[in-house]
Design a protein. Structure first.
Length: 95
């Protein structure tokens, strides 16, 4: 898949990232913070994801991007996240 994506477990820990995500953000720790109260019961949903990259060692935000995201619940209780970076860039540029 050419879209960046990742998989999280039922506890919100990112357990896998694809090559497109790695190319976009580079190597490093990936953390997932959700601002949703309660358990998500839908098998799939669309949301916005804010991807933040921090400067190494300082903990200061270096770069961020808010993108549309499609999310699917997996049988194991985790989620598959697919970021639509192209749509976000076209919205940002006013196209």
């Amino acid at each position: 898949d050419t879209c960046p994506g990742f998989i999280s477990d039922g506890y919100g820990r990112v357990t896998w990232i694809n090559g497109a995500y790695r190319e976009m953000m580079g190597e490093g720790v990936v953390a997932l913070v959700m601002k949703v109260s309660g358990v998500i019961l839908y098998p799939s949903f669309t949301c916005r994801v804010r991807v933040v990259q921090f400067a190494c060692g300082s903990g200061r935000e270096r770069n961020s991007l808010t993108v549309p995201c499609d999310v699917w619940r997996m049988d194991c209780g985790g989620f598959a996240w697919r970021l639509d970076v192209k749509a976000a860039l076209s919205l940002r540029l006013g196209c």
